[in-house]
Structure formats: C-alpha cells, structure tokens
Ligand binder design. Structure first.
Ligand code: NAP
Length: 244
C-alpha cells in the first residue's frame, strides 16, 4: 500500500501511537505537530526504525492559513498523490467552570478542536471525493457524549464534532469515504498526567486508564479495508466508564 495518512497532533500521546500503528499498517504517515519538533522527530524515528515511512508536516491546526498553506505546499510537491486517511486528533483542554471561563479558554479550545477539524477536513475532502475513496477518523471524547463539568468548552467542541461526523458520513458515503469518530475515556498521556489516576480509576470497570496504543489499534482498524462498511459511528473506548 502506498497510501498517505495525515495524523494531526502526532508528536505526542494518542496521535503518536496512531502514527506508529498506521505506519505498521503500511501507510506513509504525515506527522503533524504545532511546536514540539523534538517529540515529532521521535515519532518519525520510531516509525523509520521499524521500517515504516513517514514525514513531518508541521502546522497549527487552529489556524486556517497555517493549515491551508501547509496542505497546498504538500500538494504542489506531491502532484500525483493524495491523502487517503485523515485522523483529526490534535486537541487541547483549557478547563474551568463556565462561570469563571475566560474568553481565551473558550476560543482556544473551539479553534483548535472544532475549527481545526473543519479546516483539515474541508481542505482534504474534495480530493477524497475525486478519488472516490477515503477515511476520516475524528478523535473526540467521552466529554462530548456525556458532558463533563469543568469542561463546557471542551465538551462543546467534541460534541460538535460528533454531530459533524454523523452529518458528513451521510454526505460522502456514496463516494466510498467513511467518516467515524473514536471517543476515548481516560487515556494515559500528557493531557491526563495531572489527574488523580488512583482515585479516578475506581470509577472505571476495567480499573485503569487506557493506553494510547489501545486507541491506536481501533483507529488502525477503522482506517483499514476491514472497516469498509462502518461509517457515521462514534466508537467509545473507555474501559466501561460510560455506556450508552
Ligand atoms: P496530548 O498528549 O496533549 O498531545 C496533543 C498533541 O496535539 C501534541 O502532539 C500537540 O503537538 C498537538 N497539538 C496541540 N495543539 C495543536 C495545534 N493547534 N496544531 C497542531 N497540533 C496540535 O493529547 P492526547 O491526550 O494525546 O490527546 C489527543 C486527542 O485525544 C485530543 O483530541 C484529545 O482531546 C483526545 N482525547 C484524549 C483523552 C485522554 O485521556 N488523553 C481522552 C479523550 C479524548 P505540540 O506539542 O506540537 O503542540
């Protein structure tokens, strides 16, 4: 397979594990990050050491110009290729109770998580439609399904992507493009490193936080031909913490 997969926020955490797993599946992975070049190079090295193919593609997912410049430059230098799989993974939290929420906390979360999803997907969907194939996998969250106090901004951003996943799946299904979302619970990454894991894990039936690699396996399945009849789904991966 010489398919390209773009993973946003692939320098650390869940995105890094997804990049490594997709490379194992045979994708040439485009490793996006915003500022952590050393961490991104580490992802690249892991993939190359395992015999996989990858390249760095830095941009700020929250910036329309940054996304569009990076993708149009990539297209100019790869006129014969297209990106088959897009994993919208880049995301941030800026937690606060709504009563104390600062505009910057609301706007940065919506810009990165929700607008980032739009800028990326809008930039790549036309090529997928022309090529009559593609996979879009959005990393959302339990917070976007259940709502999480202290995370009205984050819950809103992820809930909106969940609705967008269902709508877009219906728009592009006829073009053999699948659109799905993966909704993790607590996964051990930098994002959750400050949380009281020993306390929180008591609420989780599987009694532990998940691993980034466990999310990556699910994403690699959704990106594979084996998942060709799954679209418009929101698949939870949370150790049984929440079911619906
Ligand atoms: P993380 O460890 O904090 O890593 C975030 C990644 O996103 C980094 O590679 C970071 O790169 C990148 N990033 C952040 N802002 C960006 C931007 N504006 N443009 C491009 N890249 C950007 O986070 P994580 O825990 O792996 O989370 C990954 C995704 O899973 C997020 O969407 C998150 O909401 C979701 N999620 C996580 C959990 C969890 O428990 N960890 C649970 C549910 C959902 P730089 O360092 O270069 O900025």
């Amino acid at each position: 397979m010489n398919h390209y997969a773009l993973v946003t926020g692939a320098s650390r955490g869940i995105g890094k594990a997804i990049a490594v797993e997709l490379a194992k599946s045979g994708f040439h992975v485009l490793i996006n990050f915003k500022s952590g070049i050393e961490a991104a190079n580490d992802t690249l090295k892991i993939i190359e050491d395992e015999g996989g193919k990858a390249s760095l593609l830095p941009f700020d997912a929250a910036s329309k110009e940054s996304v569009r410049n990076a993708l149009s430059q990539w297209k100019e230098t790869h006129p014969e290729e297209h990106i088959y799989c897009l994993v919208n993974n880049a995301g941030i939290t800026r937690d606060n109770l709504l009563v104390f929420m600062e505009d910057e906390q609301w706007e940065s979360v919506i810009n990165t998580n929700l607008n980032g999803f739009y800028y990326l997907t809008r930039s790549l969907i036309q090529d997928m439609i022309l090529n009559k194939e593609g996979r879009i996998i959005n990393i959302v969250s339990l917070s976007g399904l259940k709502g999480q106090p202290g995370q009205v901004n984050y819950s809103a951003s992820k809930g909106a992507i969940i609705a967008a996943t269902k709508a877009l799946a219906q728009e592009v299904g006829k073009k053999k493009i699948t659109v799905n979302a993966v909704a993790p619970g607590f996964i051990s990454t930098d994002m959750t490193s400050e949380l009281p894991e020993q306390e929180l894990k008591k609420m989780i039936p599987l009694n532990r936080f998940g691993k980034a690699e466990e999310v990556a396996h699910l994403v690699a399945f959704l990106a594979s031909p084996k998942a060709s009849y799954i679209t418009g789904e929101i698949i939870q991966i949370n150790g049984g913490l929440y079911t619906r």
